[in-house]
Write a protein that binds this ligand. Structure first.
Ligand SMILES: [Zn+2]
Length: 535
């Protein structure tokens, strides 16, 4: 039986994490066609069909129904389990997460300090003595029952230096980490906290001292594996703030080199998920109607990008996209993107912001029609229906999500209004630096209206569970511009997740703990913890 390199790689990276074991047998069977039977398979086709069987041949769904037969396919009895199309996160910052320093350990699946410590201890067991166990981004105080980060004393239960840098503020280290950081000039409080300039210096120092091409590659693979276990099969990355040198900013990286670890994984055929790459640009803005500032060349980074790069270039595993989540250069930037025929995305943080973005696009659209380019505005916390009308008239779409760590009442976005509106809409987490990528934390908020601290933040703008999965699968076809992903239909690429519980019926409180037992990307088993499938 052939045991390939990717299997050994997978066992090595997952052994230190806490989401469960591996159904090793499935890896050996991977080249075979698969017949999945006795499932509750939510296809997310236009009729919301639920079937019990699906046949996968040569990486694509060959037959979907209740009386599927196949010769020579490996039969997997799902024993009534729920299946959904592989989740598409149509805007996140997975490339940032894949470039974190140290033995990076995403912690978006733990809900108490004790569980966080246990996960870090398990990770530490596979880390050479003296090397840093880190979590930079994928943890937040609000996800933990204690609503705070672990203290230095609690982190001392981990046998390696530890550095935690939370998505919504704050960083913590333990005694070993404190000694290392203080020797480099970082001020650490007695409880292990770093704040203000010390926070940036700590992260910058860790990046300077610990990052190598090999560690970046290890972390990139670990990040993709982690989210494959939560059911994400396609990430659309929306960039980073550019820093030429190692930065202290959690959202900063070198936007010209940060994709290298992912490109290396792709070269070696080891990507466990699909990656779609957008390019973020922040050239100085020229106000509408004003002359370009004489001192600066117009569009110093966006211009070369549009002239020298290719949109939608790559293959089914890794592909470039458009410009975003910032376009830069104001209306001139938009004009250049429209002329080049590229997709463009900007985010909006409030009503004034989104109103201005729409006004600029209307101006440009009148000169250079953008109706076929699928331009996007994301986040849109405050977004009345008349703005949806105006965007829809230009053929634009909105990405929504971005909620589990938010506070306040009726903080939006208005999911319910959008569901009954004709505008194209899709799901994004925007996670990786300021919020969480774990789809089930995001789905919990969108379905229940509550943030992770249990406070009602969405008013009456929640979605049904069916609508939620549709938004994160079939609805996102439009945003990645690929019709053969996002639904379980004959001919489509075989991306799916067999869930560990029935998301559609479990009590609300259980939604956050949902994970995948079996994740397929293009019919390839990228993660399995499915009991009872051993030969
Ligand atoms: Zn973003």
């Amino acid at each position: 039986m052939k045991i390939n390199v990717s299997r050994r790689r997978f066992l090595g990276t997952t052994a230190a994490l806490t989401l469960g074991g591996i159904g090793a047998d499935l890896f050996a069977q991977q080249p075979q066609d698969l017949l999945l039977v006795n499932g509750r398979i939510h296809t997310m086709d236009a009729a919301a069909t639920v079937v019990s069987q699906v046949l996968i041949q040569r990486g694509r769904f060959a037959a979907v129904g209740n009386r599927v037969s196949a010769r020579g396919a490996r039969r997997i009895d799902l024993k009534g389990r729920t299946v959904i199309p592989g989740l598409i996160d149509a805007h996140n910052h997975i490339v940032l997460v894949g470039n974190r320093p140290g033995w990076h350990t995403p912690l978006e699946h733990v809900f108490t300090i004790a569980d966080a410590i246990a996960a870090l201890q398990q990770r530490a067991a596979g880390v050479p003595p003296g090397e840093f166990v880190t979590t930079v981004g994928p943890i937040a105080a609000n996800q933990l029952a204690e609503r705070r980060l672990p203290t230095l004393q609690e982190l001392d239960a981990v046998s390696r230096p530890v550095y935690l840098h939370a998505a919504q503020g704050g960083a913590r280290t333990n005694t070993a980490g404190k000694a290392w950081l203080e020797a480099k000039g970082v001020t650490v409080a007695a409880d292990g906290a770093m704040a203000g300039p010390a926070l940036g210096l700590a992260l910058q120092t860790l990046r300077k001292e610990l990052l190598t091409p090999e560690t970046r590659r290890r972390t990139a693979l670990g990040a993709l594996d982690y989210y494959a276990r939560l059911g994400i099969t396609t990430h659309r990355d929306c960039g980073a703030f550019h820093s030429e040198q190692p930065s202290g900013g959690v959202a900063n990286e070198n936007m010209y080199t940060m994709h290298e670890p992912f490109l290396a994984l792709h070269r070696d055929g080891k990507l466990p998920a699909r990656l779609r790459i957008d390019f973020l640009h922040q050239d100085p803005s020229t106000p509408l109607g004003a002359a370009a500032p004489a001192a600066a060349p117009p569009l110093p980074t966006l211009g070369p990008r549009l002239r020298n790069a290719f949109p939608f270039f790559g293959d089914e595993w890794l592909k470039t996209g458009g410009i975003g989540e910032f376009t830069g250069g104001g209306a001139d930037g938009l004009r250049a993107i429209a002329r080049a025929g590229w997709r463009a995305e900007d985010h909006a943080l409030n009503l004034a912001g989104v109103t201005n973005l729409i006004k600029d696009r209307e101006t440009v659209h009148a000169e250079i029609p953008i109706g076929s380019l699928r331009w996007i505005i994301s986040h849109i916390p405050d977004f009345p229906a008349d703005l949806a009308n105006r965007m829809n008239a230009m053929g634009m779409g909105v990405l929504v999500g971005w909620g589990p760590l938010r506070n306040g009442t009726n903080v939006g976005p208005p999911y319910r209004m959008l569901m009954s509106h004709a505008i194209k809409k899709g799901y994004h987490s925007d996670g990786g630096d300021i919020t969480v990528i774990n789809p089930w934390l995001n789905f919990y908020t969108i379905v229940t209206g509550k943030n992770l601290a249990g406070q009602a933040i969405l008013g009456d703008q929640t979605l049904t569970r069916q609508e939620m999965i549709w938004l994160a699968t079939a609805a996102n076809k439009w945003f990645i511009e690929e019709d053969d992903l996002g639904s379980i239909e004959p001919g489509n690429r075989a991306d799916l997740a067999v869930l560990d519980r029935d998301f559609f019926t479990v009590p609300e409180a259980d939604i956050t703990r949902t994970r995948s037992l079996l994740t397929l990307v293009g019919g390839r088993i990228v993660y399995s913890d499915l009991p009872g499938t051993a030969a």
